[in-house]
Design a protein around this ligand. Structure first.
Ligand code: ZN
Length: 689
C-alpha cells in the first residue's frame, strides 16, 4: 500500500481542494475502494446564505466515485443541525436522508453520503473511510477482533457488524469517543475509519493501518498455497474460449427467465480467476458469501459454482449449467421466503457470478457497467478471501444480515428512481460493415437505443475508430470492434465467438457489409462476378447462419435485418454482378424468415438507395462510372439521384438507421419477411409481386 501524498501537489490548496485531492488519492487505489465505495469529509467554517459564519462539514456525495473526485462532489452540511441527532435512539434511512437534505448549506447540492452521520459524530476535523481489502481479510474471519488486534495493535476500536445507517454511525462514534487515543475504528465486515486534524493526517494513518494489515497477511501467507493449491488445471486459452462460447447462449437462456429479465454475460478468464476457480478450497470458501454489503449488492451473496468431470465436454457442461442455474434460483427463492416480510417483492433470483473450474467465470448483469462493477468487485472478493484464508478461515455476514443488505429499503428505493430501460436494453446487436456509412450510423442508433453492439468490418482499424466514437457518444463499454471478412466462414465464426464472450449472445443481426462492383455484363470478368457473390450473397448467408444458431440456443427470439438495395427490385444497367448478388441476399432473408418464425426469429430487409454520406460503397471510381451511365457530370451525381425520387430527398445513413432500429426492436414484433424502402420513393422499386 503506497502513501501517495505529495507535499508539492497539496501545497496552497484550499480546504475543499485539499479534500478532493485526498479523496482522489484514496480512490486511486482499488485495494482501498471500488465503484463509488468509501467516503471522506472535512469540518470547516462557512458563511451561510445570510452571511453568518457556521460550522459545516464537507462530505462526499452519495455514489460519487473517489478516484475522479471534484470539488462539486462534496456538499456542505450544517453541523449544528446534524449533531443533535446523536441524542436520538434510532432513525430510519428514509427519515435520515430527508433530514440531511435540509441540512445542506446549498439547496440542490448532491445528496450527502449515507454515512454522513458517522463522519459528523466524530469530533476530529478530517475523516477517511474505506472498504480496504486487507482490512476485510482480517474482519471476515472466525476471530475478527483477535486478528485486528494482532495485525494493527491495541489502539484500534473494533465495532460489530451493522448495516450502514443511523445506528452504525452512532455506535462508531460512541466507541471512538470512549477511546480518545485510538487511531481508528475497524467496522467488522465493512471497513476502516481513520481521522486527523487535517486531510494529510487522516490519510497517513489510514495508509499506515492498511499497510500493517497487508504485511500481517503477507507474513502469514508464507509457505501456504493460495486456497489450498490446484485441484483443476485450466484448459488452454483457445479451448477455454471455444468451450465457453459454445455453452454461453444456453447459459443465457437459463438465466433469462421468460425473456423478461434477459441478462448480458461476460466471460472472464484471467490468472487470478483461474487460480481461484481451479483451487481445492475455492468452492467451500466462496460459500461463505460476499465480503461486505455493498459488494453483495453487485455480485449477489454467493456465486453459482458448477463442477463437471471434464469441462471440455460441452454437452455435459451445458446440462450442468442449466440444472445448477435452476437449483441456484430455487435456493435463492427459499432464502427470500425465509427472511422476507409480507409484501416485499423478490429481486431477480439468478446468479451474477457463474464459475466453472478449469474454464473461468461469467459475470452477468443488465448492462456493461453493471458487469464491469460486479467483475471488479468479485476480483477484490477473491483477494479478500485469499487474505482471510492466509490468516485464518474466511467467513462473512450471516444469512439474515446478507438478506437485510440485499433488501436494504434505501437500495430498493434507489431502484425505483432509475429511468425506464431503453428500447434495446439488455440486447446485443452484431453489425457488419460498421466502420463507415450505413453500418456505423446503425451501430450508433442501436447503442443510443440501449443496445450493446459488436461493430465488425473488413477495415479493422476503421471498426475500432467507429466503436470508440460510438461508445464515447452513446454509452461507455457498450461496443466492441471486430475484424471481419464476411466471406470467410472462419472469420465469421471467430467474430461471433468474440461477441458471445463479450456480451453473452446475439439478439439482433444487421447484415450490411457489401461491395459494389460495376461494369456491363459483356465486360464482366468471372472474378468480379464471383467476388460480388462471395460478399453480397454468401457473406449474408454466413452471418445469418451463425446469428440464427446462437439465437435458437438462447431461445429468446431475435431479429435479422438485411441491408439490401433498391436494385433488388429495380436493377441498374452496368450493375449486374451487384444487383444479382443482392437479389440473392433478399431471397436469403425471406427464407430465413420462413425457416425461423417458429423460433420467434424475424428476418426483414431494408432497401436504401443512393446513400452517399461517409460511404465505403460509393468509391470515386463508382461515382464516375455511374455518372457516365446516367449522362451527368460526376459532381451532379448526388443531386441526380435526389431528383429522381418522389420526395426529392437526399437519403442519409441516419434515415436507414431509423428503419433498422424499428425492425430490430419489439415495435415490429409482428413483422417478418418484409421489405422497407428508404429511397425517397423510387416508383420502379416499389415492393410488389
Ligand atoms: Zn462504508
Amino acid at each position: 500500500m503506497l502513501n501517495r501524498w505529495s507535499q508539492t501537489d497539496a501545497q496552497g490548496l484550499s480546504d475543499l481542494e485539499m479534500l478532493a485531492y485526498q479523496s482522489r488519492l484514496v480512490g486511486a487505489d482499488p485495494a482501498l475502494v471500488v465503484w463509488g465505495g468509501g467516503n471522506t469529509s472535512l469540518k470547516v467554517s462557512r458563511r451561510d446564505f445570510r452571511g453568518h459564519e457556521v460550522r459545516a462539514m464537507l462530505i462526499k456525495g452519495s455514489g460519487s466515485d473517489m478516484k475522479a473526485a471534484q470539488q462539486k462532489d462534496f456538499p456542505a452540511v450544517r453541523l449544528e443541525d446534524l449533531l443533535p441527532l446523536f441524542e436520538r435512539g434510532e432513525m430510519s434511512d428514509e427519515e435520515m436522508v430527508a433530514y440531511m437534505e435540509r441540512c445542506l448549506l446549498d439547496p440542490g447540492s448532491p445528496r450527502p453520503s449515507i454515512e454522513t452521520l458517522l463522519h459528523a459524530f466524530l469530533p476530529q476535523a478530517s475523516v477517511v473511510h474505506s472498504h480496504a481489502d486487507a482490512i476485510l481479510s482480517l474482519t471476515n474471519t472466525s476471530n475478527p477482533t483477535g486478528m485486528v488486534r494482532a495485525a494493527l495493535g491495541g489502539d484500534i476500536v473494533v465495532t460489530p457488524y451493522l448495516r450502514p445507517g443511523f445506528l452504525l454511525s452512532k455506535r462508531v462514534a460512541q466507541a471512538a469517543l470512549s477511546r480518545p487515543k485510538a487511531k481508528g475504528v475497524v467496522l467488522l465486515n465493512h471497513g476502516l475509519v481513520t481521522w486527523g486534524a487535517d486531510p494529510k493526517a487522516s490519510y497517513d494513518t489510514h495508509i499506515e493501518l492498511v499497510r500493517k494489515a497487508e504485511e500481517f497477511i503477507q507474513q502469514r501467507a508464507v509457505g501456504k498455497l493460495p486456497f489450498g493449491g490446484v485441484k483443476v488445471e485450466p484448459l488452454s486459452r483457445e479451448e477455454r474460449r471455444r468451450v465457453a462460447a459454445t455453452v454461453t447462449p444456453g447459459l443465457r437462456s437459463a438465466l433469462s427467465a421468460a425473456g423478461e429479465s434477459r441478462t448480458l454475460l461476460r466471460f472472464v478468464e484471467d490468472d487470478q480467476v483461474l487460480r481461484f476457480t481451479g483451487s481445492k478450497e475455492g468452492r467451500e470458501v466462496a460459500k461463505a458469501g460476499a465480503a461486505t454489503p455493498d459488494h453483495l449488492l453487485n455480485t449477489k451473496r454467493v456465486p453459482l459454482w458448477v463442477e463437471v468431470e471434464e469441462p471440455s465436454h460441452e454437452a455435459e457442461l451445458r446440462d450442468a449449467l442449466e440444472q445448477d442455474a435452476e437449483r441456484y434460483r430455487q435456493e435463492y427463492t427459499q432464502w427470500f421466503r425465509e427472511h422476507a416480510v409480507p409484501g416485499l417483492g423478490m429481486r431477480d433470483p439468478s446468479p451474477r457470478i457463474i464459475t466453472v473450474p478449469g474454464l473461468g467465470l461469467w459475470v452477468g448483469g443488465r448492462d456493461a457497467r453493471a458487469i464491469e462493477a460486479a467483475s471488479d468487485i468479485y476480483h477484490h472478493t477473491i483477494a479478500i478471501m485469499a487474505g482471510a484464508q492466509s490468516v485464518d478461515v474466511y467467513s462473512s455476514l450471516t444469512m439474515k444480515d446478507a438478506f437485510e443488505a440485499e433488501y436494504w429499503p434505501l437500495e430498493l428505493y434507489k431502484l425505483t428512481l432509475l429511468p425506464p430501460e431503453a428500447e434495446l436494453a439488455r440486447k446485443v446487436a452484431f453489425v457488419t460493415g460498421a466502420a463507415r456509412g450505413i453500418g456505423r450510423a446503425v451501430a450508433l442508433r442501436l447503442v443510443q437505443a440501449g443496445a450493446h453492439v459488436a461493430l465488425a468490418d473488413l477495415d479493422a482499424e476503421g471498426a475500432k475508430d467507429a466503436a470508440a466514437q460510438v461508445c464515447n457518444e452513446a454509452g461507455a463499454g457498450r461496443c466492441i470492434a471486430l475484424p471481419l471478412d464476411v466471406a470467410s466462414p472462419e472469420q465469421v465464426a471467430a467474430a461471433f465467438q468474440e461477441t458471445v464472450l463479450a456480451f453473452g449472445g446475439v439478439d439482433i443481426l444487421v447484415s450490411n457489409a457489401g461491395i459494389a462492383p460495376s461494369g456491363t455484363l459483356d465486360q464482366l470478368s468471372l472474378a468480379q462476378w464471383q467476388k460480388s457473390l462471395d460478399v453480397n450473397a454468401t457473406g449474408h448467408l454466413l452471418v445469418g447462419q451463425e446469428a440464427v444458431r446462437i439465437m435458437r440456443e438462447q431461445g429468446l427470439g431475435g431479429s435479422l435485418v438485411f441491408i439490401a438495395t433498391k436494385n433488388v427490385l429495380a436493377p441498374g444497367r452496368g450493375f449486374g454482378a451487384y444487383s444479382a448478388a443482392k437479389a440473392a441476399e433478399a431471397q436469403l432473408a425471406r427464407v430465413f424468415a420462413l425457416e425461423n418464425g417458429a423460433y420467434g426469429i424475424r428476418s426483414n430487409i431494408v432497401n436504401p438507395d443512393a446513400v452517399f454520406h461517409d460511404s465505403g460503397l460509393w468509391s470515386q471510381e463508382l461515382r464516375e462510372e455511374r455518372a457516365r451511365a446516367h449522362g451527368v457530370p460526376v459532381e451532379a451525381l448526388e443531386d441526380f439521384y435526389r431528383q429522381r425520387n418522389l420526395l426529392q430527398a437526399f437519403v442519409t445513413p441516419r434515415d436507414v438507421a431509423e428503419a433498422v432500429l424499428w425492425l430490430a426492436g419489439d415495435r415490429s414484433a409482428k413483422t417478418t419477411g418484409c421489405i422497407i424502402t428508404v429511397d425517397g420513393g423510387v416508383p420502379e422499386a416499389f415492393p410488389r409481386e
